[in-house]
Design a protein around this ligand. Structure first.
Ligand code: UFG
Length: 328
């Protein structure tokens, strides 16, 4: 089976490319290298190209002849989406519509979509089930929700078309063999920033908001190891190609950690008492996001292997130290 991976040079995409390669799938990456890295693509063909460039994308499809597309290429920073919404509607919504159109015109009928817990906004119930209403509170979440709505219509209008939408919670950690990991220099993610602060790359770590209605006043998130998330993609691929109906799955472990809890684990793992500072809330942050992950476990038989926050942060730490060596 031939799988085309958009954004395969990025953090999550590169882990999925690796797993596809290890499991002997024919894989090709399509990536404009705006945030990804060529070295992160460990298996298969690599085509440099932008999603906005439909001619290039179509020529790659004609050369590689995929039967499935996994779509990771997207902009992912919540705060940036608030300041520059058009960037998000253009990159995440418009470019995905163009990708879907090009796929359909070229007879590709299976699609695996990187969605996000951000589609839920501030959920009514925790843990969050897949049938909770989508009511995003930032343009990033809205840009992904729009594609989910479009996918639903597409699947109803076209019996042959099938998709799986994976709603990622907070992805962290790195390749167990230390070859790839989060390498985007401007990463705003909590675990990455905490570890970079421990390495002295930032002077201090800011805690965005200590007055949330949570036990310690800081936001709670469900952190999932990137290798377990990659596994969810392979299971989705198997499910779709074996005739599974279009579906949506949460990808999280079903347990949450506050910002302060993450900081304390990060200090323990790095053996560094790095400085932190209480700061104002960050716009667009929901107080608590925890997945109900029973559906993916039941339907796809997903069995996470790294459901342990210390393991996740240790693996991210090994990677951050290596990245520092690589980048100097
Ligand atoms: N945080 C800090 N200080 C920092 C960075 C983050 O206090 O320096 C806090 C944030 O305010 C938030 C929590 O740590 O409360 C997690 O923030 P991240 O930036 O690591 O992740 P987000 O929860 O904002 O977003 C991530 C992805 C989204 C996805 C979401 C779903 O970036 O794509 O998880 O849970 F939608």
């Amino acid at each position: 089976m031939r799988v085309l991976v958009t954004g395969g040079a990025g953090y999550i995409g590169s882990h999925v490319v690796k797993l596809l390669g290890e499991r002997n799938y024919e894989v090709a990456t399509y990536d404009n290298l705006s945030t990804g890295n060529r070295w992160a693509v460990l298996y298969g063909d690599f085509f440099e190209g932008d999603l906005a460039d439909t001619n290039r994308l179509e020529s790659v499809i004609k050369i590689f002849k995929p039967s499935v597309v996994m779509h990771f290429a997207a902009s992912i920073i919540v705060k940036e989406s608030i300041n520059d919404p058009l960037k998000y509607y253009y990159n995440n919504t418009y470019n995905t519509i163009k990708l879907l159109r090009t796929m359909i015109q070229n007879g590709i009928k299976k699609f695996i979509f990187s969605s996000t817990a951000a589609v839920y906004g501030i959920p009514d119930e925790i843990p969050i089930k897949e049938d909770s209403p989508m009511k995003p509170i930032n343009p990033y979440g809205t840009s992904k929700m729009m594609i989910e709505l479009i996918l639903k219509d597409l699947a109803s209008s076209n019996r042959d078309f099938g998709y799986v939408s994976l709603r990622y919670f907070n992805v962290a950690g790195a390749d167990s063999e230390g070859r790839i990991g989060q390498a985007y220099k401007e990463s705003t993610h909590l675990i990455t920033r905490a570890l970079k602060t421990a390495l002295g790359e930032f002077r201090k770590l800011q805690i965005y908001g200590t007055d949330y209605n949570t036990p310690d006043g800081t936001c709670i998130r469900d952190y999932i190891h990137v290798e377990d998330l990659a596994d969810a993609h392979l299971l989705s691929l198997k499910y779709l190609t074996e005739g599974g109906k279009s579906n949506i799955f949460n990808c999280g472990y079903g347990r949450g950690f506050s910002v302060k809890e993450i900081i304390s684990v990060a200090k323990k793992v790095t053996k560094t008492d790095f400085p932190t500072e209480e700061a104002l809330r960050r716009e667009g942050d929901p107080p608590i996001l925890i997945a109900d992950s029973s559906k993916i476990k039941r339907v796809l038989q997903w069995r996470p292997r790294f459901d342990n926050i210390e393991l996740i942060i240790e693996s991210a730490w090994r990677w951050e130290m290596k990245l520092k060596e690589i980048l100097g």
